[in-house]
Design a protein. Structure first.
Length: 378
């Protein structure tokens, strides 16, 4: 399905009620692939990160799943297909969700406060979190969602028309549409916009290094600091995500971390302390860490929302570990949403939910003690 740009701009600027959300097909109604068919009805572009193997097989070199894919089959993400020994991405320029969001919603708290980001996603993901809030995008194949032709230059043109100064690959998992992220970032930079990514960080190092320097900021969802959590709740592994965080810091790209605290699964004092101390020691004290409230969803509906007291306890642990910028998420109007100067304690940015109520920074510095606050402010 195609959508004209004028209509896309109108929908993108219309707020949550007007967002371009995926229209899902029932599994039984999804287009069927005939035996021996390679899904040629879907637009395709050769993938950038893979190697060819014997007997027409390929090995994906994009994420740590390292899928070995036979001819006419797909990788775990469902959006990459082997066609005769050549690996293709089926989602380049095929957005199934497009919306204009405040940058605070990502959340980025140290990136151009109060500005808007044109957010976009395709179908697919390389893990399966039992608590995924965007499972209607991430856990479906591209032929099961309604998608729109939105190549990189059109995406950037749409952002400019809506007044967005940033783009954000988000909602689903940007790693599985990494070629789209790369090309959209190039188009955004050429147009004077700031490209950003919201990711699970489950990516191979080579692919990360090739694209990350073109980004203004990356937010990584650190699901847990325990390997067993990743195995049981995510269908992934922890170590590659920790490596991703280190590479991003090494490259000098602005980094923020979100930790969704789930009652009884990853919210213990010991785990939060270990995570906070690792961030402080390995990444430095100035990387913002957002401890966010869980709400039951997808396949994890038997647990209650995270108590606010657990979030507040985690905030205290993070601060005691030496982190300068610890935030609380999904608790609108809580003081934990505010940015405070680690030098003198002055409130620098006051927030209510995704709204910036006051921004007192002066050229990226505290107006009281002149301490420079790290971030992407301009």
């Amino acid at each position: 399905m195609r959508i004209d740009r004028r209509r896309l701009v109108v929908l993108g600027a219309a707020g949550a009620a007007g967002a371009l959300q995926p229209r899902l097909l029932r599994a039984s109604a999804a287009p069927k692939r005939a035996p021996g068919s390679a899904g040629d009805d879907l637009p395709a572009r050769e993938a950038s990160w893979y190697k060819k193997l014997e007997e027409g097989r390929v090995e994906c070199e994009l994420c740590p799943q390292k899928c070995t894919v036979a001819d006419m089959e797909r990788g775990m993400c469902g959006v990459r297909e082997n066609r005769g020994g050549t690996y293709f991405t089926l989602v380049h320029g095929r957005a199934c969700a497009v919306h204009v969001d405040p940058i605070e919603k990502k959340p980025f708290f140290h990136v151009m406060p109060g500005e808007k980001a044109l957010s976009y996603s395709t179908a697919g993901c390389n893990v399966e979190c039992k608590f995924c809030q965007n499972w209607e995008i991430s856990q479906f194949r591209p032929e099961q969602v309604q998608a729109y032709d939105l190549p990189p230059k059109a995406l950037v043109a749409t952002a400019k028309r809506t007044g967005a100064r940033l783009t954000a690959a988000t909602y689903g998992e940007p790693v599985v549409f990494w070629e789209y992220v790369r090309d959209a970032a190039a188009a955004a930079n050429a147009a004077g916009l700031k490209p950003t990514v919201v990711s699970n960080g489950f990516i191979q190092e080579k692919a990360l290094r090739e694209v990350a320097p073109s980004l203004a900021a990356i937010k990584i969802d650190l699901k847990s600091f325990r390997e067993e959590f990743y195995e049981e709740q995510v269908r992934g592994t922890l170590e590659p995500v920790l490596k991703t965080l280190q590479v991003i810091r090494e490259l000098g790209v602005w980094l923020e971390i979100v930790v969704l605290l789930i009652p009884t699964l990853n919210d213990s004092v010991e785990e939060v302390r270990d995570l906070s101390q690792w961030v402080r020691k390995t990444l430095g004290p100035d990387v913002p860490v957002h401890f966010t409230r869980f709400h039951p969803t997808y396949r994890l509906t038997d647990l209650p929302p995270t108590p606010v007291t657990t979030l507040e306890r985690s905030w205290k642990i993070g601060r005691e570990a030496g982190l300068n910028f610890v935030y609380l998420g999904n608790v609108p109007s809580h003081p934990g949403e505010n940015t405070t100067c680690p030098g003198c304690g002055e409130i620098l940015i006051r927030r209510v939910g995704f709204r910036v109520i006051a921004n007192n920074l002066v050229n990226g510095a505290c107006p009281e003690c002149s301490r420079q606050i790290p971030g992407v402010w301009e």
